[in-house]
Ligand binder design. Structure first.
Ligand code: AMP
Length: 404
């Protein structure tokens, strides 16, 4: 792997580090600084080598094209990287940390030119530039022209070929300038790599969440590698309907029924055999929540969590595993009435201390954290979409491949 440990002669060099500071915000306040903390080992290592660091990241979404100027200004204000700046400065106590409001042009050029060895410049949200998400050649060339090298440490964005994740390193590499992966990337590639390789058995995948269609490619890929795939969440009901079951008011994807049936015929798919149901999603009557001893969902009801028999079946399967990949909650874990399945899956996985256990980011990582299990997993990925795409594409992601 081409990591920052291989970079030499960084003293006084300006290095653009693509970090993942896409943190959750509540107004102007950073609700969770995990992503900033996760970038610190790479930042500190590069500073210890005497580099001057230009940190770039996106923050939230700016819907270019769909909205008028006033709305874009509102979205920019909502996703302002300046809110992250004090959090970064606090974690880099003793280091000169500056903020640049501009994402292109003379103001950015001068801010980078004035940066001294051992200093850090955090740049405004990369998505303030329309060309960022389009991997725009001109924008990439401009950013590349201001620096002497590039480090990729934003795993959560590594599945996107954008200017800051792909365009810039591609140009710098062609120019013979140093490019490398940071420590966070190295950890992700190594740990998710075990699930991509899948040569340790029994290998069990646990997939949940909302839609089958979002996970088709990962299911295809995991069916080739895994011994069993345990299904939960709303997507289970598309499988159950495909097998001819009644699914009441569950949000079934009718266009995925044939696909679900074909997957089931592999003999590797396990489905819920009992369910916690309610007479609505967010407008249900709590008195009408029931645990049904089967997988036939009555009309007027929908399944919102897996039931106790399913938990027992999944637990038995998980206990035998040597390698486990989990993505997607088993139910509506945000609601206390429907979180048991997800909690019990966390418990079952972490009780199996012999297995190498990986959470593929997203909601399952949030759930593991919320329920106090996150630090008991072998690895909790920082990227939901990126970890799924990494499995789907046999370890390849644009932001990794470009580094080489
Ligand atoms: P995903 O982003 O596809 O992993 O889906 C995660 C979302 O699926 C979470 O917000 C869960 O609340 C939701 N979810 C999980 N199970 C169900 C279910 N049985 N019915 C409706 N939503 C669900």
């Amino acid at each position: 792997m081409n990591t920052i440990d291989n970079l030499k002669g960084l003293n006084g060099k300006k290095i653009l580090v693509r970090v993942d500071f896409n943190v959750p915000l509540k107004g102007t306040e950073v609700r969770d600084d995990n992503r900033v903390v996760a970038a610190l080992p790479t930042i500190k290592k590069l500073l210890s080598e005497g580099a001057a660091l230009v940190l770039m990241s996106h923050l939230g979404k700016i819907k270019w094209g769909k909205v008028d100027d006033a709305e874009i200004a509102k979205e920019k204000e909502k996703n302002n990287m300046e809110y992250v700046y004090p959090v970064l400065a606090k974690h880099l106590d003793g280091v000169t940390v500056k903020f640049c409001k501009a994402t292109s042009g003379d103001e950015l050029k001068e801010a980078i030119a004035g940066l001294k060895a051992g200093e850090v410049l955090l740049v405004q949200n990369t998505r303030y530039e329309k060309g960022e998400s389009k991997n725009d050649a001109k924008l990439s060339a401009e950013w590349a022209s201001y620096v002497d090298g590039f480090v990729m440490d934003a795993f959560g964005s590594a599945h996107r070929a954008h200017a800051s994740t792909h365009g810039v390193p591609e140009i710098l590499k062609k120019e013979g300038k140093p490019v490398a992966l940071g420590y966070l990337m190295e950890k992700e590639v190594k740990n998710l790599g075990a699930c991509v390789k899948g040569d340790v058995h029994p290998y069990i995948a646990i997939l949940g969440g909302f839609k089958v269609s979002d996970k088709i490619k990962v299911i295809d890929s995991l069916l080739k590698k895994c011994d069993k795939i345990l299904i939960g969440g709303a997507m289970a009901y598309t499988f159950l309907k495909a097998l001819g079951n009644k699914t009441g008011n569950c949000p079934v994807e009718d266009d995925q029924l044939d696909y679900a049936k074909k997957c089931y015929e592999s003999g590797k798919i396990m489905l819920p055999v009992d369910n916690v149901i309610a007479d609505g999603f967010d407008n249900y009557n709590p008195d009408n929540i029931k645990t049904i001893n089967n997988d036939v969902i009555p009309d007027g009801y929908q399944g919102l969590d897996i039931g106790p028999k399913t938990i027992k079946n999944y637990r038995e399967e998980i206990a035998k595993a040597k390698l486990i990949f989990w993505n997607g909650p088993m139910g509506v874990f945000e609601d206390e009435h429907f979180q048991k399945g997800t909690i019990e899956v966390c418990k079952a996985i972490t009780d199996n201390t012999e297995a190498f256990s990986v959470i593929g980011g997203g909601d399952s990582a949030a759930a593991a954290k919320q329920f106090g299990y996150a630090n008991k997993f072998s690895h909790v990925s920082t990227g939901g979409g990126a970890s799924l795409e990494m499995i789907e594409n046999d370890g390849h992601l644009p932001g990794i491949d470009v580094i080489g």
